[in-house]
Every structure is written in structure tokens, then in C-alpha cells.
Ligand binder design. Structure first.
Ligand code: NIG
Ligand code: FE
Length: 409
């Protein structure tokens, strides 16, 4: 054995290689006096501490909680500028879609992202990922969608590719050219849809820079019919599919996600009962984003109803410069307990195995089991409840990525 973790206070992990739905979301492995051994990048042994095999290196967890590395299944990580100037508009009562309709919001970040060079975006992304790693994120999904032209979307996706190669967090790339109608197509929606379907999607697929395609299906953004058209085209090309659904207005996004069998539907604040049923039937993972509800002062998605219906729930940050300028997944975990009323066990599954399933990585990461990649966290916490009870502090002590200590604090 190369490395063994000893003196673990509690080992807490979901089990399996697929999303845990319904009652299974609660069924985690929770045990004291355990040890975990790693060989190279892989978990090679899990068992009672007294039976632990010899290893070249021993890491003393000093009685701390050990969990899988966190999986942030929904971020818009690469962008130019910030949007702190919207604070005054928000405080004056303008809401998220009003700001977007007035040409601000996503569109102001599009202007700033187009103005930034690839190198500048990589530099900025590197710093953000370093911060994310310190909060315990070891795998992260990254969406494009601030370029909104073929060339600028490819630039943004290239930034994600470069970032994946130069720092420890593994990145899963999603093309989101359907994030907004860019200013130059304001009077020509049809033109932008044609560009998306006939030029951007094929070019991105050809570039191999993205695995998933996502669409912002929302009032004043992309309608249900437009979303269906874009996702169908993406599916024909070979993309796996996601959707920003029913975030602000209930327009039937969850129903569409179920009908089309998307891998995941995200936000879902306003998802209807029939939409939730449709998703459960299709096995679509619900990626819920409590930091966005908090930041936009909107209701919280009905996480418990989704679990009761048999849908797998994942929780992510939605890190972006507008609706969720927070990259700390621990805060989303706190809100998942306090606002969604998930149990610590359900919430842990939501930010590990179910997050991994939402981005097609459940066979590799998301749980502490022999054969999985050795991505683990040692916490400054005596047990699982503690990390959901304390909030506002970074409780991660050590991050292990692919069997190597990536960070200790
Ligand atoms: O997930 N809803 C659409 N997209 C992002 C926000 C992006 C932005 O405001 O820049 C979200 O909330
Ligand atoms: Fe988002």
C-alpha cells in the first residue's frame, strides 16, 4: 500500500457506481475506527483500522471525519469581469430577468469574457480553482455560455481544457451557447437558433472540447420548443444533455427533461409535480442550487418532494458572476440541510455520488470504495453532523486528489 489513512474519527460515504435515488439517498456507510488505503491514484483497501495493511506512508487523521472529495456538478467557472455593479440595481428592486432584459446580467459578462484573452481567463480560472480546492471540491463541471459566438465559445471551452491540465481538480466540460440571445441577435432569434444548430453545435462537437450540452430554458431566454430543438440537435451529434429548467418561472422544463431523458435538470425551483414525476421516471438527476435561491432571494427547490418521488438529488454551487458568486460547496451543503431539509446523509450523497452521476463520473468518483479514484477529504470535524451544523468556516483540513495530498490547511 502506498498511503494509509489512520485514526479516522468517522468514515462517511455513499456507496455504489450510480446515482442513489429515493430512500437510497439516505443509505450511507457511516462507521468509526476505519482505515483507508491507497495505491497510486486508486483506493485499494477499506476496512477496520485494527486490520489495516502496512503502507509506505501513514497519514494520521487525528480523529477527524473522512468523506469523498466533493463534486460540484454545476458551475459557470470561466468568465471575464464580475458583476458587483448590479448590487445597487438589485437593492433598488430590479430582479434577475429585468437586469438581463435591460442588456445587463449575462450579457454584460459576455462582453467582459469576449474582451478577455485566453491567457487572462486561464489565469483567473486557476485562482478560482485553487480556492475551490481549499473548500474540498475535487471534481467540477464547467459550462461555457459567455462567448455566444462560435469563436468565443470555442475560446471559453479551450480555457476549461487548459485549466483541466494545469491544476488538480478534474473538470467536466459543458457547452452552453444557449445561455442567452447575444445583443447582435436581439432582433433575430431565428438567426441565433440557426447559428447554434447549424454551426456552433457541430463545431464544438468536432473540437471535442465539451461532453455535455446545456440550455437556459426560461421566460425571455429559450422557450420549451426552442430548448427541445437545440437539445435534439445536440443529441444527434452525440452530446449528453442537461438543462437549466424551471429556475425562475414554471414553464414545463422539468417535464421536458423527463420526456427527453436528460442526464440532469438543474435549478428546478418552480418544477411542477408532473415534472418531478417525469424526471423520476426517466432517471434524470435533479441538480439543485441552493446558493442561487439564497442570492436571488427566491424560493428553495422542493428537494424532499423530489426524493420522495424517487428522483436522485445532487447539490451544487452554480458558481457564476451573477446569480451565485460563491464557489464554496460547503455553504451549499449547509443550505441543503437548513433550507431543503435534507438530512446530513442525503446532503452528503448530493454533493458526492449524485453529483458525480449528474456529470457521468459515478463509476470513477463520489464514494470511498475499493477501485474508485482516491479523492478524499479529512475534515476538522468529529462527525458528519458537525459539518452541516457549523457554517461560515472552511472545515476542510486535508484534500487528497488521486492518492496525493493536494492541500493541507
Ligand atoms: O445558473 N440561469 C442561468 N445561468 C446562470 C446565471 C448566469 C449569470 O447570471 O451569469 C445560473 O443561474
Ligand atoms: Fe447555472
Amino acid at each position: 500500500m502506498d498511503l494509509i489513512l489512520t485514526n479516522i474519527g468517522v468514515l462517511a460515504t455513499p456507496l455504489g457506481k450510480q446515482a442513489q435515488k429515493g430512500p437510497a439517498q439516505q443509505n450511507i456507510f457511516l462507521q468509526e475506527e476505519m482505515a483507508v488505503g491507497m495505491e497510486g491514484e486508486t483506493i485499494a483497501w477499506v476496512g477496520p483500522a485494527r486490520k489495516a495493511p502496512k503502507a509506505k506512508e501513514v497519514l494520521d487523521c487525528r480523529g477527524g471525519l473522512v468523506t469523498p472529495g466533493l463534486v460540484d456538478a454545476h458551475t459557470h467557472l470561466t468568465f471575464g469581469g464580475w458583476r458587483h455593479h448590479e448590487m445597487a440595481q438589485k437593492l433598488a428592486g430590479m430582479d434577475y430577468l429585468d437586469i438581463l432584459r435591460a442588456g445587463g446580467g449575462i450579457l454584460s459578462t459576455v462582453a467582459a469574457t469576449r474582451a478577455a484573452s485566453l491567457e487572462e481567463l486561464v489565469e483567473k480560472g486557476t485562482q478560482l480553482l485553487e480556492e475551490m480546492l481549499s473548500f474540498g471540491t475535487t471534481t467540477c463541471e464547467v459550462k461555457s455560455g459567455y462567448g455566444l459566438s462560435t469563436q468565443e465559445e470555442l475560446k471559453q471551452l479551450q480555457v476549461t481544457r487548459s485549466l483541466g491540465a494545469i491544476q488538480p481538480i478534474e473538470l467536466v466540460s459543458t457547452f452552453m451557447g444557449a445561455h442567452a440571445i447575444p445583443a447582435e441577435y436581439k432582433e433575430n432569434r431565428e438567426g441565433y437558433l440557426a447559428l447554434l444548430c447549424d454551426e456552433m453545435l457541430p463545431a464544438v462537437w468536432e473540437s471535442e472540447l465539451a461532453e455535455y450540452c446545456d440550455v437556459f430554458c426560461e421566460t425571455a431566454v429559450f422557450s420549451i420548443e426552442e430548448t427541445r430543438q437545440i437539445l435534439q440537435r445536440a443529441r444527434e451529434l452525440g452530446f449528453d444533455l442537461k438543462g437549466h429548467m424551471d429556475e425562475i418561472d414554471p414553464i414545463g422544463g422539468a417535464e421536458l427533461a423527463g420526456e427527453m431523458g436528460l442526464v440532469s435538470a438543474e435549478h428546478l425551483i418552480q418544477a411542477s409535480d408532473s415534472g418531478i414525476q417525469a424526471m423520476a421516471k426517466a432517471g434524470t438527476v435533479a441538480v439543485l442550487l441552493p446558493c442561487t435561491s439564497f442570492y436571488l432571494d427566491k424560493p428553495y427547490a422542493r428537494a424532499r418532494d423530489m426524493i420522495a418521488a424517487g428522483t436522485a438529488v445532487a447539490v451544487a454551487t452554480d458558481f457564476n458572476p451573477g446569480s451565485s458568486p460563491n464557489l464554496n460547496l460547503q455553504l451549499a451543503m449547509n443550505l441543503a440541510c437548513l433550507k431543503y431539509k435534507l438530512t446530513p446523509a442525503q446532503a452528503l450523497t448530493a454533493v458526492t455520488l449524485n453529483g458525480a452521476a449528474a456529470i457521468g463520473r459515478a463509476e470513477q468518483v463520489g464514494s470511498i470504495e475499493v477501485g474508485k479514484q482516491a479523492d478524499l477529504l479529512i475534515w476538522n470535524a468529529p462527525d458528519l453532523d458537525y459539518i452541516f451544523y457549523r457554517y461560515g468556516s472552511n472545515l476542510v483540513n486535508t484534500v487528497i486528489k488521486k492518492g496525493t495530498v493536494a492541500l493541507t490547511r
